[in-house]
Design a protein around this ligand. Sequence first.
Ligand code: 9D3
Length: 257
Amino acid sequence: MKDIGFDIITIFPEIFHAYLGESILKRALQKQLLDIKVYNLRDFTTDKHRTVDDYPYGGGPGMVMKIEPIYNAVQAIKAADYKNGTERLTVMLSPQGKVFNQEMAEDLSKEKRRILFICGRYEGIDERVRESLVDEEISIGDYVMTGGELAALVIIDSVARLVPGVLGDEESAKEESFTWGVLDYPHYTRPPEFMGMKVPEVLLSGNHREILQWRRREAIKRTLQKRPDLLKSVELNEEDKKILEDINRGPCPEKNT
Ligand code: 9D3
C-alpha cells in the first residue's frame, strides 16, 4: 500500500493535534493511510529552562531559533525507523522557500521517504540549520505569517488528499479529467429558487451531455475572467478552444459574457 509519513518539529504541537483531529485527515490517520508524528522541540533542549531561542548576533530586533535543539531533534527522529526506512526528506518552512504549488504537492505525495518538517518561529532560524540539515525550503506564498506551522499543515493537507484512499472514490475520480488547470464550475443545490434567484435551467434538465458542456463552458469563462494566468499553463482540447473563441466572440468580449 502506498502510504505517506510526516515528522514535524515545532514548539506548538497542539496546533497540529487540533487540525489533524478533525475531518478527512482524522479518517486517513485512523485508516493508517497517513502517519504523522509531532515532536515538541523543547523536549530536545538540555537546559532547565528548555530554551529554543537566543539573541541575534550582530544585533537587531527579535529572537533567533538555536541550532542545538533542532539538531538533536533531527538526529533523534532520523534514528526512529519506520516501514519506509530511516531516510527523510527534510523540509524547512520559510518565507525564502520555493513557493508551494499543486505540482510540488504531487511530487511530495509520491515521496518514498518520510517527510520531516522544521517549523520556525521568532525572527528566523540560525542559518546553519539550513546549511547542514535541510534538503528543501518551502514557502506557501508571499504574505507574512508568525511561523511555519500553518504552512506545514497546508502542505500536509494538500499532499494527503492525493494519497489513494484518503478521499472517497467519488471525490477523487471526478477531479483529474475535468477540472485540472481551470477554475471550478458554479455549484447549486436545492432549493431550485431562493429569493428570486434561480438555478440555471440546464442543471434541472437531466440532459447529462448538455450539463457537462455547460459546466465546461462556465469553468473556462470564470477562469478567463478571474484567473487568465491559469489558461497559459493548461492544455485545452479542441472543444475547449472552440468554447474560448465562442466566449471571446460574445456580446462583451472584455467581460467574457
Ligand atoms: C516581519 C518579519 N520578517 C522580516 C522581513 C521576516 C519573517 C520572519 C519569520 C517573516 C515571516 C516569518 C515567519 N514565517 C514563516 O515561518 C513561514 C512563512 C510565511 O511567513 N509566509 C509564507 N510561507 C511561510 S513558510 C514559513
